[in-house]
Design a protein around this ligand. Structure first.
Ligand SMILES: Cc1cc2nc3c(=O)[nH]c(=O)nc-3n(C[C@H](O)[C@H](O)[C@H](O)COP(=O)(O)OP(=O)(O)OC[C@H]3O[C@@H](n4cnc5c(N)ncnc54)[C@H](O)[C@@H]3O)c2cc1C
Length: 317
């Protein structure tokens, strides 16, 4: 399939300057590497994405949804389709219910997790500070069950509103949401519906604890200080590259360090000296440099510990 002039006209007419054609994904991913997509369309809300999806399905064009691209790597061969980027920096955050103990807030999926953290701290709500310092949107965060050692999305998400592949909106409460380590699977979504990963998160309802501003702020400072000490920030990356293995006393980063791979480089990509589980883009790395390094790490760790490190980063293409 090629992206012909008729398609380009439709996107220009409907989305104007919010479309980038023949766009290198290094522009929109935190790794700052990767090949081109036919088009990247930036939208604030899922209702705008709905129109694009309908057009793509009618014209048999592949599409892919992303948030801030902080957990994505697009191969150098690119993505022969349309990337829908759902991102609303300030976002919509509304208090829906509140009592002395708890509060429920509704948030659109393009809102950044940082905006939700600030909102919670400003209002003295506890339960979301685990996300401090995790870049990305609520949609990406929920899909990845983003988290840290003090909690993850699955602990606070009460329900999500999704756009189904058939173009309908549906609210999925906890019974449909199977959160596991850095993963959300939608279960029991009914026969006849296509697979879960085609659902697009439009918004969510979070359940947090009512507290006071001072407590929320103090907790936040402690979380931020801990993060600063352990994570490399000087180079681009996608955070931890591999999931921590189950049934091992070691974290992925420790296994990589024990194999002597810290600092190892392939082209412009390198294993961070500060954190073994961070592959960083040190010097104009290609996606291929990063993937080659990934494979070397997997091979070395497997040869020594018989553990296969599964990537946490979503690799597209
Ligand atoms: C420096 C750094 C530190 C990090 N630290 C952490 C950490 O401590 N803990 C942690 O868990 N992660 C961490 N990450 C990884 C990343 O920030 C999270 O996974 C984040 O939740 C991804 O959000 P995003 O908006 O960037 O999603 P993207 O990277 O754009 O997408 C991730 C996945 O979500 C899907 N997706 C995105 N939006 C939607 C939507 N609206 N509906 C359906 N699917 C959607 C995409 O298709 C893709 O599969 C870190 C990354 C960096 C760069």
């Amino acid at each position: 399939m090629s992206f012909d002039n008729e398609f380009i006209k439709w996107f220009k007419d409907n989305f104007g300057n919010d479309v980038d054609f023949n766009c290198p994904m290094s522009k929109y991913t935190r790794f700052k590497a990767g090949g081109k997509a036919y088009a990247v369309v930036s939208v604030k809300y899922v209702k705008e994405a709905k129109k694009i999806i309908k057009f793509c399905l009618n014209n048999r064009i592949k599409y892919f949804v992303m948030g801030k691209g902080t957990n994505l790597l697009v191969k150098d061969t690119g993505f022969s389709g349309v990337v829908i980027r759902i991102l609303d920096k300030s976002g919509r955050i509304l208090i829906k219910e509140q009592n002395r103990q708890s509060v429920k807030i509704a948030v659109t999926s393009g809102t950044t997790m940082a905006a939700v953290c600030s909102f919670a701290i400003k209002n003295g709500f506890l339960g979301f500070n685990f996300a401090l310092g995790i870049p990305g949107t609520m949609g990406g965060g929920i899909m990845m069950n983003a988290g840290s050692d003090s909690g993850s999305m699955g602990d606070v998400v009460e329900s999500i509103d999704v756009l189904t592949p058939s173009g309908h909106y549906k609210t999925l409460n906890k019974g449909y949401l199977n959160f596991s380590y850095r993963k959300l699977e939608l279960t029991n979504i009914g026969s006849g519906l296509p697979t879960s990963n085609k659902h697009i998160i439009a918004s969510c309802m979070l359940s947090l604890m009512s507290s006071d501003k001072k407590t929320a702020r103090e907790e936040a400072v402690a979380v931020i200080n801990k993060r600063k000490a352990s994570q490399p920030r000087e180079f681009c990356s996608a955070g931890c590259f591999f999931k921590n293995p189950v049934n091992s006393k070691y974290f992925a980063g420790q296994l990589i360090e024990l194999c002597g791979l810290k600092g190892m480089a392939v082209g412009g990509a390198a294993v961070s000296e500060k954190h073994g589980n961070f592959i960083v883009n040190k010097n104009s790395a290609t996606a291929n440099d990063i993937i080659t390094l990934q494979k070397i790490i997997q091979k070395e760790v497997h040869a020594r510990y018989e553990i296969f490190l599964e990537p946490e980063v979503i690799i597209v293409g």
